[in-house]
Design a protein around this ligand. Structure first.
Ligand code: FDP
Length: 299
């Protein structure tokens, strides 16, 4: 089902096969999440952040699929210190966050996996616009997969029979007033962000913020409306979210659905990738909402 759909979307056979494999990895992560301990792993990732057991476990599952896939030339994740080598002759590089929203795992909120795929083994000096596909999985009461190979954004549901198409060609065209203000602490350092948040309150926007980028942005895709913001602040100008593992794939999907992405100046898809650990402020949503954030956040 997933393979045929991707081929109909124009994905080359190798890419479609790779995404089907990633779908299997997601299925395995989904099964593991249900039984995995919610505790800490006692280790830190390349960003110095404490890892939970599921970060380590999901990263291992992804590495097992990626290191043996004949189409993968290179891969890396938020949890890895260096690029992993794939198979000689591989054609794609894959960047992923195996569990996004780790801090929500122990309280049993939804978490996700985010994946961006590029052609070639080298990604530095390029831009997220060069991704040939992006996907994310949401592990909520159900497991869903949002995928794009450059022909719109489509949602699949994990069923007992495998991935079933749930919704085709999602579009960010609605005008419902949803806002998801990440890094709200920044309002203490940024009067412009405080002003924006107050504007949303005054205009009777509905808050939809769980603290997990994947479910929070997924809410916007499913409603076709809204805006997700994770700005920088003087003490952390680039914010927290990473270009390769989080911002790039989510921006690719957002723009594929007719939405917009921004780092405050340009589309996230046009930011030059200078390092594996590069971070960026990010705004995602309908074009109108992203424009509004850009006009408020000028600092
Ligand atoms: P987490 O640290 O729990 O993995 O990727 C980082 C992230 O989650 C995003 O999913 C989420 O949007 C963001 O952090 C929330 O950060 P704040 O608590 O700083 O708002």
């Amino acid at each position: 089902m997933l393979f045929d759909f991707l081929q109909k979307q124009g994905a080359p056979q190798e890419l479609a096969e790779l995404i089907v494999e990633l779908g299997r990895a997601v299925e395995e992560i989904s099964g593991t999440i249900i039984h995995e301990s919610t505790g800490k792993a006692g280790t830190k990732n390349s960003f110095g952040e404490e890892q939970i057991a599921m970060d380590v476990e999901a990263d291992k599952i992804m590495a097992r699929y990626l290191s043996t896939n004949p189409y993968v030339a290179a891969y890396c994740s938020e949890e890895m210190d260096a690029i992993g080598k794939g198979t000689p002759g591989g054609i794609y590089s894959v960047f992923h966050d195996p569990i996004d929203g780790s801090s929500l795992f122990d309280v049993n909120f939804a978490v996700g996996t985010i994946i961006g795929i590029y052609e070639g083994a080298e990604v530095l000096g390029r831009t997220p616009r060069e991704q040939v596909a992006a996907l994310y999985a949401v592990y909520g009461p159900r497991t869903t997969l949002m995928v794009s190979v450059g022909q719109g954004v489509h949602e699949f549901l994990l069923t007992a029979e495998g991935w079933e198409l749930q919704e085709e060609a999602l579009e960010m065209k609605g005008d419902k007033k949803y806002f998801a203000p990440g890094n709200l602490r920044a309002t203490a350092e940024r009067p412009d962000y405080l002003e924006l948040v107050n504007w949303y309150i005054k205009e009777k926007y509905t808050l939809r913020y769980s603290g997990g980028m994947v479910p929070d942005v997924n809410h916007m895709f499913k409603k076709g409306s809204g805006v997700f913001i994770y700005p920088g602040m003087p003490s952390a100008p680039e914010g927290k979210l990473r270009i390769l593992y989080e911002c790039g794939p989510m921006a690719y999907l957002m723009e594929q659905a007719g939405g917009a992405s921004s780092n405050g100046e340009v589309s996230i898809l046009d930011v030059k990738i200078t390092g594996l650990t590069q971070r960026s402020p990010i705004y995602l949503g309908t074009p109108e909402e992203v424009k509004r954030v850009e006009s408020f956040l000028k600092q």
